[in-house]
Design a protein around this ligand. Sequence first.
Ligand SMILES: [Zn+2]
Ligand SMILES: [Zn+2]
Length: 167
Amino acid sequence: MIDAGIQPWLFQIEPYEGESFSHFLGRFRRPNHLTPSGLGQLAGIGAVVARWERFHLNPFPSQRELESLTGVVGVSAERLAEMLPPNGVGMQWSPIRLCGACYGETPCHRMEWQYKSVWKCDRHQLKLVSKCPNCEAPFKMPALWEDGACSRCLITFAEMAKFQKVA
Ligand SMILES: [Zn+2]
Ligand SMILES: [Zn+2]
């Protein structure tokens, strides 16, 4: 039986508060063994997913695309839109940044860390790190944050908190 409802054979995941679109998409794809293009095909939105996961948001995801994605990921278009930068907020997609103290509490990449105006974590009053503070490897895009650790030296994102400077 096929209708516009949620596809029952897919694992559904709950978004974290503040989670970025890239991180959510990767977290949804992995247990469902979907590539970015496979997810795009299922949702009927073409090859946009790989670009979104890199925060290449120009053209910006449309309401229609988000609604199509809802039928696959089971998260409302409104909630998906909350994972995107609000209108008028400048974003930089590189370098990927993080607050290790936040990650230790909630294991996700937060959208606000990529806002141009954001350089510190307001909750912990710590400067964000923009590369591994232990080995200086750049961070992978959040869609690939499977292990929650530096891909080179393997220290965890949570452990990076102790390297962060007080803001
Ligand atoms: Zn924090
Ligand atoms: Zn490292």
